[in-house]
Design a protein around this ligand. Sequence first.
Ligand SMILES: [Ca+2]
Length: 206
Amino acid sequence: MPLSLRPLAAATLALTLAATAQASGTTVFADSFEDGSVADWSISKTNNITVPQVILRTDSVASGNGALWTFFDAPGGGTGAGTVRASHAFNAPVAADYTLTLWARSAPCSGCVMSYQVLVDGNLLTTTHAPNAFESRSFLLTSLSAGEHTLTLGMHTTGASSGRFQATFDDVRITTLAPVPEPASIALLLAGLGVVGATARRRAAA
Ligand SMILES: [Ca+2]
C-alpha cells in the first residue's frame, strides 16, 4: 500500500468499527405515553370537527398507564366524515430505512366505519378499522432522508351521527438498523481526514 493511503485506511477502519458498534439498531423516537402528558403532540382536524381532543388515556392502554387518545364527540344530528390527528416531529440522523412500530385500536361505529390512521410526512400509511382490540403494527419507512420528519396518528370516521369517535395508540417507536455515527466517531473521522490532508500538503510542499 502506498504510504499516502495509510491515514485514509486508518480513518475508514475507525469509521467501520464505530458503525459496527451501532449495528444493533438505533431508536430515534419513542413514546409509551408514561410521562403523564401528550402536550408535545400537536392537534389537527377536519373543518367540520368543532372540539377535537388529543389527550392522555389511562383507562385503556396497550401497556403501562398511559396511551394517546384522539377523539371527538359528535352532537346529535351528526357531523359527517371526520378526522382528528396528533403529530410529533422526529429526527432521522442518517438517510436510511427506518421501522415504525406501534399498538393501535379504533372503536365500533354504528352505521359508519371508524378507523385509526398512521401518516409520515403527510403520507397515509394505513387506515385500519380495529374495533375494541389493540393490534400491533409495523411499517417500513423506506429511504427516509436525513433530517426532520413528522409522525401523525389519528382517528377517521366515514360518518359521525352522535356519540364519541375515537382511536387510541401506545408504544410508538421508530428505529433504524443503519449505522448512526456517534459524535465521537465523527470527530475521529474528521481527525483522520485532517491527517490525510496534512500528509498531502507535506508531500506537495516537499
Ligand atoms: Ca403506555
